[in-house]
Design a protein around this ligand. Structure first.
Ligand SMILES: Nc1ncnc2c1ncn2[C@@H]1O[C@H](COP(=O)(O)O)[C@@H](OP(=O)(O)O)[C@H]1O
Ligand SMILES: [Mg+2]
Ligand SMILES: [Mg+2]
Ligand SMILES: [Mg+2]
Length: 318
């Protein structure tokens, strides 16, 4: 009887906030993906270098405006942190059809894990990377590009969407909800016969090369984007994502971490510690101690021990 009243109460309340946020993320990502494809098709990318090897394009700016305006409209009390901080990207006066109010029905149907059912807007921070893999985007390597929307509760990344705008020319959303599962793609295990590591394409240097060589992989794949590299793990093309350098920010890892963790994998810094995704990190969003992510079947603790041994060896030799 008690369960019956719980069910009636839940139905009266509607889907939990975290599920609504994930459903919005999927719907908004579809629109932002269309905006990115349109910019590419027009061909005028409007490239700006924000620093050193840190590009931004019209697609980054417009996709962010669409995503942030849509979330602010539907969830006014949720904290939102997005990568682009210039005036144009922050202009939320967007065309009416950029304000997405749809909620993906498949996600709304999910059973929200018990621990997330009572979450309120003030506990949530959404970390947004409107276009991950900008360097590759400007070079026409469009398969590397993703849109990342990570839903975080207090410190933790609990749900996320990795959206590939150029997948089969129409785009697809890969999502995860920790404690519930993943969807939008087929989760695959990496090969058992050889170790494959995936790392940066555009921020590679001698120190990273030396570090990865120390891991003695059978194969190193260099591709753009944090979202794309986590997809390599999720689709069984790599055992781990290794980035032993500062450079990625919380918006690069929030969504990938949530999707990977929902699948049973792990993403941490070089010491095996989780990054915090609370809104306080907006002031200093840098993932200072690198990014290390592992496939569900690859023991993260053991991998981090291997990493620690390599670091000690490198320090001794320096
Ligand atoms: N040294 C660095 N300087 C600036 N950004 C860096 C960086 N290293 C990683 N990043 C950011 O982390 C993301 C993944 O990088 P990479 O492809 O090199 O692995 C990219 O996100 P954006 O494309 O959204 O800017 C990139 O800008
Ligand atoms: Mg960028
Ligand atoms: Mg990025
Ligand atoms: Mg970006």
């Amino acid at each position: 009887m008690h369960n019956f009243f719980c069910l009636v109460y839940k139905m009266a309340q509607g889907p939990a906030l975290v599920c609504r946020l994930l459903a919005s993320s999927v719907s908004v990502a579809h629109k932002a993906g269309k905006i990115i494809r349109d910019v590419m098709q027009k061909g005028d990318l409007g490239i700006i270098d924000k620093g050193e090897n840190d590009l931004q394009t019209e697609a980054d700016r417009s996709a962010q405006r669409c995503i942030v305006a849509s979330f602010k409209n539907l969830y006014p009390n949720v904290n939102i942190v997005a990568e682009e901080v210039d005036k144009i990207s922050q202009n939320l006066d967007v065309p009416a059809d950029w304000l997405i109010t749809d909620l993906d029905p498949k996600i709304l149907d999910l059973e929200c894990p018990k621990s997330l059912q009572g979450v309120t807007e003030d506990q949530v921070t959404i970390w947004i990377d409107p276009l991950d893999g900008t360097s590759e985007f400007t070079k026409g390597l469009i398969d590397h590009v993703t849109i990342l929307i990570g839903v975080c509760v207090n410190d933790e990344a609990v749900a996320g969407v990795i959206y590939q705008p150029f997948w089969q020319n129409r785009g697809r959303a890969l999502w995860g909800l920790v404690g519930s599962g993943v969807g939008g793609f087929e989760l695959k295990e990496p090969p058992q016969t050889k170790k494959v590591y995936v790392t940066t394409r555009s921020h590679y240097d001698k120190a990273i090369e030396k570090f990865i060589d120390g891991l003695k992989p059978c194969e190193i794949i260099r591709v753009g984007g944090a979202g794309n590299k986590v997809l390599y793990i999720l689709e069984g093309k790599a055992h781990a994502y290794v980035y032993p350098s500062a450079g990625c920010k919380r918006w690069d890892t929030a969504a990938p971490e949530a999707v990977l963790r929902a699948a049973g994998g792990e993403l941490t810094d070089v010491y095996g510690n989780k990054y915090s995704y609370s809104k306080e990190n907006e002031k200093d969003p840098l993932n200072k101690y690198g990014v290390f992510a592992t496939a569900p079947s690859y023991n993260h603790t053991e991998f981090m021990k291997l990493i620690s041994d390599i670091q000690s060896k490198n320090e001794k030799n320096d």
